[in-house]
Ligand binder design. Sequence first.
Ligand code: SAM
Length: 255
Amino acid sequence: MSRFSRILRAPAVQALFLQCASFPLTLGAVYLAARAGLALDYPHAALAQGIFAAALTWWRGLAAWWRAIQFVFPLALLGARQVAIPPAVFLGLFLFLLLLYWSTFRTQVPYYPSGRKVWEAVAALLPQGRALDVIDIGSGLGGLVLDLQRRRPDARITGIELAPLPWLASRLRAQLAGSPARFVRGDYESLDFGHFDAVFAYLSPAAMSALWRKAAHEMRPGSMLLSYEFGIRERTPSRIVRPYKDGPALYVWDF
Ligand SMILES: C[S@@+](CC[C@H](N)C(=O)[O-])C[C@H]1O[C@@H](n2cnc3c(N)ncnc32)[C@H](O)[C@@H]1O
């Protein structure tokens, strides 16, 4: 599937199309109400728009939470207008969120960090006594990469991150700490996993099947794939570790 068709199929893009498709229905409802002598004000029109969008979303079979988002969205938009946020602040917030989340609408993998216990567990799972090439695919602010590099100065630790702001922050952190860890801005889908001894992922359920297909195709014997919190339906893990007593698992697949 091309990148363009993947963008078009992304749930957030579908939701936007469905809001747009609801607009003529709302106009029709406003018109018919006016003909019947009932002038709909903006809040009622926004309510109608939300109902149409939620109904179309249900009809298209998007995940249940999209119906709630679609229903609330027009009313929230109207509410935001009432607050009269200065346009420059609105633009600034939009740009900040854009640089932080970037392609999340397509990848369905937002930024949220793992934690120190997870970093410790990953470090403990890595083979000792030989040079290693390790990558965190979707390295966020770089916490795991910097921590691993501190623990394993003999290893080459890389982070790849799609979103510009977290990537820039991780580069700056590495520079300030004088760390040799590498941070690359880009899409892990364009990498060859065959170059790495260990690939760490903390992504989302939506990304796992495609990740498995890529890993199964590219990873070489003796290497390992690690995923925090999200398993792979198609393949039972070789090992499962619990970094936090009652928290999510860290899954390992040995190749
Ligand atoms: C849940 S965060 C994990 C952050 C970090 N690995 C950690 O453990 O704290 C996932 C990150 O993956 C990034 N991401 C999602 N899809 C990606 C892709 N295809 N290529 C590179 N980065 C991606 C997101 O921007 C986000 O920052």
